[in-house]
Structure formats: C-alpha cells, structure tokens
Design a protein around this ligand. Structure first.
Ligand code: ARG
Length: 244
C-alpha cells in the first residue's frame, strides 16, 4: 500500500518500513535449533538463541516490539511463510543460496557456517566414506540435506521436518548419523554421547530472509546489522554463544 496506509508500523521510526503487525517485528523461526533458536519460558519473547538476540537488537533499533513464531523450516526457506505474511523476517540459521534468492530477499550475511557429520560415541563411522547403506538423518529443505544427496550417494537418507526429530532418532538408534550445520551438531555433541567426526567446508553464510521485493525492510535490517557490528553489540552476542 501507500506509505501512509494503515499497515504502516507507525512506531516512530522514520525508516518507512511496513510490518505485518503494527508496531511489531514478527519473526518466524524453526525452533529448537540450538544455539541459534530455542524455547525459553523465562525470557520475555519466550525464546532464546543467537538468532533471537540478533533480531531482538534489530527490533530495538527499529523501535518495534519483537514477536517470534515457531514455524516449519521448509515453509521458511521456500518463501511460503513470508509470502503468506505470517512474519516480516525468517531468522532460522538460514543459509543464503542462489536458489533461495529466487523466492526470498536476504540481509547481509551475519554468521558463517559449515556442514558436519554427527555419530554416536564409539560408532565405526569416521567419515563420509563410511556411509554406504547407513541411515543418515537430514532436515527437510536444508543445505545439509542437499550436501548429503550429492556427497553421500550410498547412504540411506532419512528426512525429518526438524532437528529435534533428527536428534531423537539418533538417540533412539533409528539413524546412525546426522548430517547438518556444524554449530548445531557441536551443540548435540556437548550434551554428551555423540561426536562430530567430520566437517565439510561449504562456506555457508546465514542471512535473515524477507519477502521478495521488501527492499525497505532489507535496507533497514542491513543498517541495523552494520550498526551492531560497529557498536560492539554483534560481538557481545557472538561471544555469549560462541566464546573461544
Ligand atoms: N543452514 C541450513 C540451511 O539453511 C539449515 C538451517 C536449519 N534451520 C533451522 N532452524 N532448523 O538449510
């Protein structure tokens, strides 16, 4: 609509952005995907994680309230949720890819990631060459699934809608390995009983996804990201999850 339509955020900032709910930055995320997104009953938004802190800082900078909605990753990466105006931003550890750029607009990259293989401690599987005939859990619609399809051709891929279901399946012995983003497999390793045995240098960069053509919001988000990098907020958030 026009710049003064009822849909305007009207929140006092002069960025000219429009949000799906007045005065609110509505963010869709596939939760849990720790350390990027997780449930947290003690926090105001009901959620926590690296992505949640990043979008909270963006909402603060734009003088908007933050609302987070748990969503299916596949609906986020395909553009479906954003096109249906369910949210303004998808913040879901989502890799910027050429294919997705056809359906979505992305912010500048805000986190670098790789793929990896997780197995139970004591497993015979030591590398991607050991996966012939092995059941490998992957998440629907992800770059990890695409990587496995291309590089673990002898494996029996089992596709799950969420990481929570994948992790449950490896715990139950229904799959023998999980191929997915390194930080999330490391997070599982940290719970005990599982090891990351191999890392794949896919050089992925996570971006915040927005509805295709929402240039005003993309620009406002990039401006917030760059301010966050300049004033130390980004490092503060980064170090609270990925301290070295
Ligand atoms: N980075 C991977 C991708 O973009 C996986 C992201 C999964 N995110 C999630 N919240 N489940 O395909």
């Amino acid at each position: 609509g026009g710049s003064d339509s009822a849909g305007d955020s009207g929140s006092g900032d002069d960025s000219g952005i429009t949000t799906v709910a007045d005065g609110t930055l509505t963010v869709c995320s596939d939760v849990p995907y720790p350390p990027f997104e997780d449930f947290d009953e003690t926090s105001e938004s009901g959620f926590k994680g690296f992505d949640i802190d990043i979008v909270q800082a963006i909402a603060d900078g734009l003088e908007l309230e933050l609302a987070v909605k748990d969503s299916s990753f596949d609906a986020l990466q395909s553009g479906q949720a954003l096109n249906a105006a369910q949210c303004d931003i998808a913040a879901s550890a989502m890799t910027i890819t050429e294919e997705r750029k056809a359906a979505l607009d992305f912010s500048d990259g805000y986190y670098d990631s790789q793929q990896s293989l997780l197995v139970a401690e004591g497993s015979d599987i030591a590398s991607i060459d050991d996966l012939d005939g092995v059941k490998v859990g992957v998440q629907q619609g992800t770059t990890g699934k695409a990587y496995a399809e291309e590089n673990a051709t002898g494996a029996e891929l089992v596709s799950f809608p969420s990481d929570a279901e994948m992790f449950q399946a490896i715990k139950a012995g229904q799959v023998d390995a999980l191929l997915q983003d390194l930080p999330v497999n490391i997070n599982h390793q940290d719970q005990g009983g599982f090891s990351v045995v191999e890392t794949y240098s896919t050089d992925e960069s996570y971006g915040l996804a927005m509805k295709k053509g929402n240039t005003a919001l993309v620009e406002a988000v990039n401006e917030q990201l760059s301010e966050m990098r300049d004033d130390g907020t980004y490092d503060e958030i980064y170090n609270s999850y990925f301290a070295t």
